[in-house]
Ligand binder design. Structure first.
Ligand SMILES: Cc1cc2nc3c(=O)[nH]c(=O)nc-3n(C[C@H](O)[C@H](O)[C@H](O)COP(=O)(O)OP(=O)(O)OC[C@H]3O[C@@H](n4cnc5c(N)ncnc54)[C@H](O)[C@@H]3O)c2cc1C
Length: 619
């Protein structure tokens, strides 16, 4: 460990328990306006939070990038000779406190608030496959005990997970139970003396499994319709760990199968309530999803920076490739997407903190308050997971393209990043599952009257009528606000129309639901970046050229977002409507989602000029 690497242990930013004025609700972004002043934006990180980020970045640079990847050396857990180095790097991370971010102080952790934990996930992305290992340790591996464990379970396990002496894993997936996680077959039978359970079954794709001491295992207790969770230790009799999987990417991260052959688990290791395992699994996945999105943003920022640096250095046709419009457009697009999705990620994670404070101020115990707050934002967590993972894959692909042949060479590390990024669309729930989940959850809340889609839909009619009048407004952000409202209105209009047509059968119309979800995701991200720039416009704290670039990035994102929403909307219409209805809906959507009068080439050039001036991502 480098002597000069600071420890994040010295920089906690704890959970505040006083209720903020703004009380956000999950899914309400669609039906209620948000005051930009109420939004958290990444420009507001405190010095303490930035110290967490910088410490993690420093660790990744010194202990992962420089010794391995910058020398073209990809550590692989399947190689016997690489394992000691992988374990030593994990230990170094633990010594710096990087395993303790989600664990409360009383159990040896840092007790960071949710938003700082999300920033941590963004920063650790610079550690490539190590991000996966540390991510599993600090998120899905340890949060089940943090959020659902008994006092004695917390005392027994959390201090060891915090100091890295125990590596943790989360064991849900089985050969026959992937997306259909509740179909698991692993069984648990209580012994006659009532002292322990015997578990039988198999788990697959278990991150950290090959090196873990603690396994959170989901299994069905004999006769129960729903699963329960158990804390299993490596030394428990009846646990067999399979060999490391050979994977496309994240090769330094351990992934194994587990076999339970009459695995003996003491009764006191039942985690949470009996039969509550599935709910627990889903809630833990919500946190995993937003952390994955933050990691994707971190990876995308690196890709933009690498792309900028290469473009400024590589010469072709007698000039730097940075001067070509084609390169500028790619970099600007990557930066705009990153800027926008980052806005949505931290909007969500700071809202989870705000909601936690509200529940706590209303008298709920803090852990219960956190759980409820995480569940509240299940829709947003699913949306940012999809958008974040798409960004990760897109940005690595584009960074490689900017590097030309060098991007394909192992030594630049980009082919590794490209392979590593691909898993993000698959785990923590595949993107299709998350897309459908977001819309399904919204409809469920509408049914439970927690959200009123019909009332919001009624205001769409008046808004649509206004769109046929000449457009004139001198108000700040008039065009941007109209566009965001138009994307939301398109979702409300079409979800109402298909809801009427298919009723309860709508969920079977997956092609339509997926396209609705694409519009919903655009509504959320587009509004988040708009609110961010609106808030920034009210501050004079940053240089004018930076604000100009932010405004250009906002417009560039909205320009594409409109295209994506329009494509998805017309596909929805064509999938269910015919004749006059189809004609009418197509015309309404065209009018609603008409293109703003912006020049995407100039916007791209403005963003690229800012990136070149900073020599990196720089927003
Ligand atoms: C490297 C790696 C690490 C992992 N780490 C962990 C871990 O630590 N712990 C853990 O428990 N799991 C882990 N997983 C498992 C991961 O969460 C699952 O792979 C993922 O949820 C998808 O399940 P599956 O692979 O069985 O795919 P399937 O569920 O078989 O899906 C196959 C395809 O069918 C689609 N599909 C499935 N159901 C539907 C439906 N109802 N409607 C429409 N389309 C559908 C999917 O979207 C996908 O495109 C990991 C996986 C990998 C590859």
């Amino acid at each position: 460990m480098s002597q000069s690497t600071p420890s994040v242990k010295s920089s906690p930013t704890h959970q505040d328990r006083s209720a903020p004025r703004y009380d956000p609700r999950g899914g309400h972004f669609l039906t209620h306006p948000t005051d930009p002043a109420a939004l958290f934006i990444p420009e507001e990180w405190s010095d303490e939070q930035l110290l967490v980020r910088d410490t993690v970045n420093d660790f990744c640079r010194r202990h992962v990038q420089e010794p391995f990847f910058e020398r073209g050396r990809e550590l692989q857990i399947t190689r016997e000779e690489d394992r000691p180095e992988i374990m030593a790097t994990f230990k170094r991370a633990a010594d710096l406190g990087l395993c303790s971010v989600s664990i409360p102080e009383e159990y040896g952790g840092m007790g960071l608030d949710f938003n700082t934990g999300t920033l941590f996930s963004e920063a650790i992305a610079a550690g490539f496959s190590f991000a996966t290992s540390i991510g599993a340790q600090t998120s899905i591996g340890s949060l089940p005990i943090v959020l659902y464990g008994s006092e004695s379970q917390k005392r027994r396990y959390l201090p060891h997970i915090a100091d890295g002496s125990y590596i943790a894993s989360y064991c849900l997936t089985e050969p026959q139970a992937g997306s259909d996680a509740n179909a698991l077959k692993t069984s648990a039978v209580l012994s006659e003396d009532g002292q322990h359970y015997r578990l039988n079954g198999q788990k697959i794709w278990i991150t950290n499994g090959g090196m873990a001491q603690v396994f959170i295992v989901f299994a069905k207790i004999e006769g129960d319709p729903n699963s329960s969770a158990f804390i299993v230790e490596r030394t428990f009799e009846g646990l067999r760990i399979g060999p490391e999987e050979k994977k496309m990417g994240i090769k330094a991260s351990s992934t194994v199968q587990l076999y339970f052959d009459n695995l003996k688990v003491p009764v006191e290791n039942l985690l949470g309530e009996r039969g509550a395992g599935f709910k627990m699994a889903l809630n833990i996945l919500n946190t995993g999803r937003i952390k994955l999105a933050a990691g994707s943003v971190g990876g995308a920022k690196l890709c933009v920076s690498r792309g900028v640096q290469y473009a400024l250095e590589r010469q072709q046709f007698g000039k730097k490739i940075a001067e070509f419009g084609a390169i500028q457009a790619r970099l600007a697009e990557m930066a705009a997407q990153t800027f926008a999705i980052e806005s949505a990620v931290y909007r969500t994670s700071s809202n989870i903190d705000k909601k936690t404070q509200h529940f706590a101020a209303a008298g709920r115990e803090l852990t219960e308050a956190k759980l409820r707050a995480i569940r509240e934002f299940a829709i947003e967590c699913a949306l940012v997971k999809v958008k974040g993972s798409e960004l990760a894959c897109y940005a690595t692909d584009e960074a490689m393209q900017i590097h030309g042949g060098m991007g394909y060479a192992v030594e630049t590390g980009l082919e590794m990043a490209y392979r590593d990024a691909r898993i993000t669309k698959i785990y923590e729930g595949t993107n299709d599952i998350n897309r459908m989940l977001a819309v399904g959850e919204l409809f469920k809340r509408n049914f439970k009257k927690e959200i009123d889609l019909a009332a919001a839909g009624r205001s769409v009619v008046a808004f649509v009528m206004q769109q046929f009048l000449p457009f004139a407004s001198g108000e700040a952000f008039a065009v941007e606000r109209r566009l965001v409202r138009a994307i939301k209105s398109t979702f409300l209009l079409l979800s109402g129309a298909v809801g009427k047509r298919f009723k309860k059968e709508l969920i079977e119309e997956q092609e339509i639901v997926l396209n609705l979800s694409r519009i919903l995701a655009e509504a959320y991200v587009a509004e988040s970046v708009l609110l961010r720039v609106q808030k920034l416009s009210a501050t004079s704290a940053q240089p004018a050229e930076r604000y100009a670039a932010q405004l250009a990035a906002l417009r560039l994102y909205l320009y594409d977002s409109r295209d994506e929403a329009a494509r998805a909307a017309h596909a929805v219409i064509a999938s269910f409507a015919g004749g006059w209805t189809r004609w009418r809906l197509d015309r309404v959507v065209e009018r609603l989602l008409r293109r703003p009068d912006w020049n995407p080439r100039d916007l791209g050039r403005e963003v690229a000029a800012y990136l070149y001036e900073r020599g990196e991502y720089g927003f």
